[in-house]
Design a protein around this ligand. Structure first.
Ligand code: ZN
Length: 145
């Protein structure tokens, strides 16, 4: 980390200390140029954990959500700002339910939003997400709209 006083050089750590819970580290750093000292805190940043159908976990990936929805709207009338707003609304809904969610919940949440926004995008996303095994599933979905 560069010195915040002179912005010149990499500072060195002179002392590291864990807090009582052991989940953060406080470091004293010293600048070899101006000799001033400052403190930094290091803490793990934990995102939302997604439980996949296989039972394994992965960290929630905003870019993946964005791309999935962007693909569903390919060629449709939706500008970048509207797309961002839609993805953020979905993201906020997902976040509000907790730090551990099932991957199916993400899919269902996206579908609920797309159903209200654009039927074509909804069907496209549904066909990817639900992995329709045959045409009758797809026709059933269309009939329900
Ligand atoms: Zn300095």
């Amino acid at each position: 980390m560069v010195c915040p006083f002179c912005n010149k050089v990499e500072t060195s750590v002179v002392d590291s200390r864990k807090n009582n819970e052991g989940n953060s580290i406080r470091r004293r750093r010293e600048c070899p140029t101006c000799n001033l000292r400052f403190t930094t805190y290091e803490k793990a940043e934990i995102g939302i954990l997604v439980e996949k159908r296989s039972g394994s976990y992965e960290e929630f990936d905003y870019q993946k959500l964005f791309r999935g929805i962007e693909n569903a709207f390919g060629g449709l009338d939706l500008n970048e700002k509207q797309l961002k707003t839609l993805v953020d609304n979905i993201h906020n809904e997902i976040k509000s339910t907790g730090s551990k969610i099932k991957s199916d919940f993400i899919g269902e949440t996206v579908l609920n939003h797309l159903k209200e926004t654009n039927k074509v995008a909804y069907l496209r996303f549904a066909s990817v997400y639900k992995e329709f095994s045959d045409a009758s599933d797809f026709e059933k979905e269309v009939a329900e709209l």
